[in-house]
Design a protein around this ligand. Structure first.
Ligand SMILES: [Zn+2]
Length: 368
């Protein structure tokens, strides 16, 4: 009997980790002291010795060194590992501890700092306790290699977000047609949004808004769109104006900007620009009285206004110098000043205004 044991132990040596022993066919023999023995050769000696001295004992189902049918093999307590109800293999008790430790570490590596964050495995992992032939027990590493671990982290988070303002358009008959003026600046509002966020292995896979709280409403931007049509002179009106002289000598000037809506800046140009060299003489267009001669703060720079009969006025802007005197009568052809680039101007030119009953009209209608 003993010779059989020794031979069998040699075969099983690499996996032998007994905590109890049955020898030979005598499965009813239990040798409890052997459970403490870890050294292979020691256990053989002790087993041989106990074999003759042990008294019959319990069936000892939990013991791990079992010799049956003249061979020796080992059973071991452990766990079957299931992933989503499918068995991956058996591990020892220590293997299970390693597995759980590894999974715990894996989950911790994806733990979120967010309050109430929960990190769980996407797969269901279960362990079923049992006693197995030790040859069927594999390492926790082998089990892990078969698992594709996925950590799912869910949490709620609150983000402060901007509420974009809307732009609303309103018609205005106070503004020339097509011109746009912002009457109220838009202002973005603010809201707090509570999101439920899901992450798989640290990557956000979904973000769902659960609740919104408006902290500050957005203010609509109001844009006035002009509907006012510029006055056009009738033949009768032009007749009333009488004779007008062109205010520049005309030889070295050209129209650099027409009266009317200017697409490039969305503004309304209330006069005609004539580009000319600096200092070119500017003449009064018709008889009248100088009702303004001086600096204009609205952008005309050096500016002269002459009031004529029949509801007409002419204005001469951006002058380099002024020769007319406010309050004095003036005649058609008298010198008012020189062409310049004062006020809001990007080059030497005469900005000529014509007003009829207080409304800007196209100077080209009189001088065209
Ligand atoms: Zn102009």
């Amino acid at each position: 009997m003993c010779a059989v044991i020794v031979a069998a132990l040699t075969v099983a040596a690499s996996t032998f980790e007994g905590n109890g022993a049955y020898i030979g066919n005598a499965v009813e023999k239990y040798c409890p002291d052997v459970s403490q023995v870890t050294n292979l050769s020691e256990i053989v000696v002790k087993a041989q010795s106990y074999y003759s001295t042990c008294s019959p004992y319990s069936t000892g189902e939990d013991d791990s060194v079992l010799a049956q049918n003249d061979s020796l093999y080992k059973t071991e307590k452990g766990y079957s590992v299931y992933v989503n109800d499918e068995i991956l293999g058996n591990v020892s008790e220590k293997g299970k501890v390693n597995l759980e430790k590894h999974i715990e570490e894996f989950l911790s590596s994806y733990k979120s700092d967010e309050k109430n964050a929960k990190t769980v495995l996407t797969d269901k992992i279960e362990y079923a306790r049992g006693t197995f032939d030790s040859l069927s027990i594999v390492s926790s590493q082998e089990i892990l290699a078969q698992m594709e671990l996925e950590a799912k982290t869910t949490y709620t988070t609150t983000c402060s977000e901007e509420i974009p303002f809307e732009v609303v358009y309103e018609n205005s008959d106070q503004i020339f047609t097509d011109c746009r003026v912002v009457s109220t600046e838009g202002k973005a509002g603010q809201k707090n949004v509570v999101y439920t966020v899901s992450e798989i292995n640290g990557e956000v896979v979904s973000k769902t808004a659960e609740k919104e709280t408006v902290v500050a409403d957005a203010v609509n931007q109001v844009v006035l769109v002009g509907t006012k049509q510029p006055v056009t002179l009738s033949a009768e009106d032009i007749e009333k104006a009488g004779d007008y002289v062109f205010p520049l000598s005309g030889q070295s000037c050209y129209i650099s900007s027409d009266f009317g809506y200017r697409e490039f800046d969305g503004s309304f140009h209330n006069g005609t620009d004539y580009a000319a060299d600096e200092g070119t003489e500017v003449y009064c267009a018709a008889d009248g009285v100088v009702t303004f001669a001086g600096w204009d703060d609205t952008g005309y720079g050096n500016y002269v206004v002459v009031t004529h009969e029949n509801g007409y006025k002419t204005g001469y802007a951006h002058l380099s110098s002024i020769s007319a005197e406010e309050g004095k009568k003036i005649s058609a052809g008298d010198i008012i000043g020189g062409v310049g680039s004062t006020g809001y101007s990007t080059g030497n030119h005469l900005h000529l205004n014509v007003f009829y009953n207080g409304e800007s009209v196209d100077p080209q209608e009189l001088f065209g």
